[in-house]
Design a protein around this ligand. Structure first.
Ligand code: GLA
Length: 383
């Protein structure tokens, strides 16, 4: 179990210094998949899995990193300009971007420890980046706002780590709110918070099929989305991203788009509509409508976007048939990872047991199922 007090003690004994402590959560996306880089809408919530960061200054000018999860240290004389392909890329990428913003990076010791399941589509990487970022800007006394922190961390991932992700994960990790989902407009980063009612549990079911956004499928989907966009833009130049396109545009000029890219575009354009509608339904406490939209979103993600997998489709299908399930869909970048389920609180424990048993019987895989709470975004911890 993550424990800030334990991390504080580990940091003290390793670096002989009293650290400041921070936490940055992972996330689950309720709806709005592969829409963020098309400048569309997403509606994630921060969850109660997180990365903790302990930070203290050093007088020798070096950068010392400790990853409690891996039991590994790094000691650097200077910031690297290239990635090394391991866990240290995430914190170092953030430091690199701060340096690129013109901030001198002084000597510092940073300890990291997280419990966001890795490779499960719950944004463990974003939580490491955001935990690093809040810790370092506090150490340096820099006035980064939550949205600015998110942009900084996205740049670290795009430019240093080399993964072409959008803004969703970093944004919600930096700006989430307990008991709320957040509808984000990825064009201008304006957002509204929508309360998740107390009678609804957030159940996350891990298919145990590993997911990675560094893998080729994420990038190839993104390229197909951009191809469809560029073809529509020939007719309507104001279409800069698929966010600007309508289903009518696709109807009218879709013949010119290769069939696969056309289906990818149909997913993104319809997903934007569903996401905004789901936020309105949540605000009106219409959970049945939220559930219907999640169901439609999963079909679209699986069939048009082809970003699901047999195990995730099975997990969703089993969930939808269980008592108390309001909505279920694959969450995150796709090709494995977790499903998100909105479940009546009273039935959540029974749902968890039944879903776990049925998934194991049908797939032979032992899933992990987490009863989560929508949580606050990155913050300082005071013990
Ligand atoms: C990953 C990326 C996000 C987003 C989702 C898909 O989580 O990091 O930016 O594109 O996939 O919605």
């Amino acid at each position: 179990m993550l424990d800030a007090l334990v991390l504080q003690q580990l940091h003290r004994s390793r670096f002989d210094a009293d650290p400041m402590l921070f936490a940055a959560p992972g996330r689950v996306n309720l709806i709005g998949e592969h829409t963020d880089y098309a400048e569309g809408f997403v509606m994630p919530a921060a969850i109660d899995f997180a990365t903790l960061a302990a930070i203290s200054p050093r007088t020798d000018g070096r950068i010392a990193l400790w990853a409690e999860n891996y039991g590994e240290a790094r000691l650097l004389e200077a910031l690297p300009t290239e990635r090394s392909g391991d866990w240290s890329d995430y914190p170092l990428g953030v430091l690199r971007m701060l340096a690129d913003d013109g901030h001198a990076i002084p000597g510092l010791s940073l300890s990291l420890w997280g419990d966001v399941p890795l490779g499960s589509g719950l944004s463990s990487s974003a939580s490491v980046e955001v935990a690093t970022a809040v810790a370092v800007v506090a150490l340096l006394g820099l006035p980064y706002s939550g949205p600015e922190l998110a942009r900084l961390c996205q740049r670290a991932e795009n430019q240093f780590v080399g993964a072409s992700c959008g803004i969703m994960d970093q944004f919600i990790s930096a700006n989430g709110r307990a008991n709320h989902a957040l509808l984000l407009d990825c064009r201008d980063l304006s957002y509204r918070l929508a309360p998740i009612p107390a009678h609804v549990a957030l159940v996350i079911a891990n298919t145990m099929v590993k997911h990675s956004i560094a893998g080729g499928e994420y990038g190839s989907r993104r390229a197909e989305v951009e191809l469809a966009c560029s073809i529509l833009a020939r007719h309507r130049p104001e279409i800069r991203f698929l966010r600007d396109a309508t289903l009518e545009d696709l109807e009218r000029w879709g013949d010119e788009i290769p069939e696969v890219a056309r289906r990818r575009a149909r997913h993104v354009i319809s997903e934007n509509l569903r996401t905004v509608a789901a936020a309105e339904a949540l605000e009106q406490n219409d959970l049945e409508q939220v559930g219907r939209l999640m169901q439609a979103a999963h079909r679209s993600y699986s069939q048009d976007f082809e970003a699901s997998c047999a195990e995730a489709d099975r997990m969703v299908e089993l969930a939808e048939a269980l008592p108390g399930c309001l909505g279920a869909r694959l969450t995150g970048g796709g090709f494995g990872g977790c499903t998100v389920n909105l479940v009546e609180q009273e039935q959540a424990a029974a749902f968890k047991t039944a879903l776990g048993r049925q998934y194991r019987e049908r797939t032979g895989i032992e899933p992990e199922i987490y009863l989560c709470r929508a949580s606050d975004g990155a913050h300082r911890l005071t013990l």
